[in-house]
Design a protein around this ligand. Structure first.
Ligand code: GLU
Length: 458
């Protein structure tokens, strides 16, 4: 687990330890011991599984590919979390991402624990047939630990509906006669997936930002009169035209950009988007639907030549891919990979709001500097939970074999995220802790209470 994650968990436990109203039955020495136990439980995964998948390649060679599944904590339900295909996948990263899933589910009251998987490959270097074999092997090697009531994977970076469909089919043939629809989520709709799952993460990410700047402010929970510096920042931006930059144009970033583009509640201008090749910038705003149309027919890539821009019918300057981070914008959405804002580049960030669409895109030391600068960071476990929330709806629909309309899914998604934000935002504007810290404390409280009630602390 990264030092940032464990530091925020530790601080959460310290806050709860000092709060006399929290678990008052635990007093003095017993209380100290219980909190020490909580720290060791939450900072380590329950289990880690590692295999080397034996995969025959198209060229006739047989290779071994490192693959992981970490089961961090199942206090609140079966393990749940994506499987990532990326060349940087390693054991520590998977542990950290699994811990984030535990906290994310606890924060949003999703009845799952936290897990994460990964395969250390660049999927772009493999044919569809090889990827199919990798998916089958992953399920074969980890078949004992997966299942609708044990551990339920979903898409993550580098995987999508296609991979989940293949994996569920393999799970089904390994376990004949057993329930299988809930074994994987993020499947294609025709194969038992949920309407709206593909857009869910991006929609949820934008919703957390819009809710903060508009709905929450206008609702009964508003905070006019709060002298807190975060409240001042929100007030200073509410109702004003906002410039947005979105890093990453995959399943999350492209949907965040589209939601922002179509939003009538805020006056947004999406001045920049980026992908692994470049940043596209236009001070007057970019035509997001045209860029999505182009990416759909170009392997997910944005145009990065003048000819490409002409084909997309989009006016933009082509800049270096890192430029997106340092633009003069009010809002920066990070929807690519982890560790994008670090101690060595944080001083160059100009945005007043950072929204974490990806998991862990801001490192621990950078996070503290952003907090000191008064920047509002909507953290990953709050902002990007739309995916796992709709995965939960998919899992429920698979059990009931009863399916919801897309409108129902989005309504349920917004309701769930709204109730989390209504529980979180008042505390945020009432003191000077970071939003990340408040979200973690809330999640850790839920987990700790359950661990105590379940008799795991003595
Ligand atoms: N991979 C996504 C996440 O990090 C979704 C997980 C899921 O749907 O289980 O939240």
């Amino acid at each position: 687990m990264t030092s940032k994650t464990s530091a925020v968990i530790e601080r959460s436990l310290q806050n709860l330890l000092e709060d006399a109203a929290y678990l008052p039955v635990l007093q003095d020495e017993i209380r100290a011991k219980a909190f020490k136990s909580l720290a060791s439980i939450l900072s380590t995964p329950n289990r880690m599984h590692k295999s080397f998948l034996r995969v025959p390649l198209d060229n006739g060679e047989v290779t071994r590919i490192p693959a992981f599944r970490t089961q961090h904590n199942d206090t609140l339900g079966p393990y749940k979390g994506g499987i990532r295909f990326h060349e940087s996948v390693n054991e520590d990263e998977v542990i950290n991402l699994a811990a984030l899933m535990t906290l994310k589910n606890a924060l949003h009251e999703v009845p799952f624990g936290g897990g994460k998987g990964g395969v250390a490959i660049n999927p772009r270097n493999y044919s569809a047939r090889e990827l199919y074999l990798i998916c089958k092997k992953y399920v074969q090697y980890f078949s004992d630990i997966l299942g609708p009531d044990k551990d339920i994977p979903a898409p993550d970076v580098g995987t999508g509906e296609r991979e989940m469909d293949w994996m569920m089919a393999e799970y089904k043939s390994i376990n004949p006669g057993k329930p299988y629809r809930g074994s994987f989520t993020g499947k294609s709709v025709i194969n038992g997936g949920s309407l709206g799952r593909r857009e869910a993460t991006g929609k949820g990410v934008y919703f957390t930002f819009r809710y903060l700047l508009h709905d929450f402010l206008q609702g009964q929970h508003g905070f006019a009169g709060s002298s807190n510096s975060f409240a001042q920042t929100v007030m200073a931006h509410a109702g004003r035209p906002l410039k947005l930059a979105v890093q990453g144009f995959g399943n999350v970033g492209s949907i965040v950009a589209l939601e922002a583009y179509q939003c009538t509640k805020l006056q947004n201008k999406i001045v920049a988007v980026s992908d692994r090749n470049s940043t596209l910038y236009n001070a007057e705003g970019l035509d997001i639907p045209a860029l999505i149309g182009y990416a759909q027919t170009h392997h997910g890539d944005l145009p990065n030549t003048p000819e490409g821009l002409a084909e997309a019918n989009v006016k933009a300057e082509i800049r270096g891919r890192e430029d997106i981070l340092y633009l003069d914008v009010e809002v920066l959405v990070l929807a690519a990979l982890e560790d994008q804002i670090r101690a060595d580049n944080v001083e160059r960030i100009k945005a007043s709001f950072i929204v974490e669409g990806a998991n862990a895109p801001v490192t621990g030391d950078a996070d503290q500097i952003l907090l000191d600068k008064g920047c509002i960071v909507i953290p990953d476990i709050l902002a990007n939970a739309g995916g796992v929330i709709v995965s939960y709806f998919e899992w429920l629909q698979g059990r009931e074999t009863q399916f919801y309309s897309e409108a129902q899914v989005f309504e349920l998604l917004h309701d769930k995220m709204k109730s989390t934000m209504n529980a979180i935002y008042p505390g945020y504007f009432g003191n000077s802790r970071s939003l990340r810290q408040i979200c973690y404390t809330h999640a850790v409280m839920k987990l700790s209470t359950n661990l105590y009630i379940q008799g795991k602390l003595y």
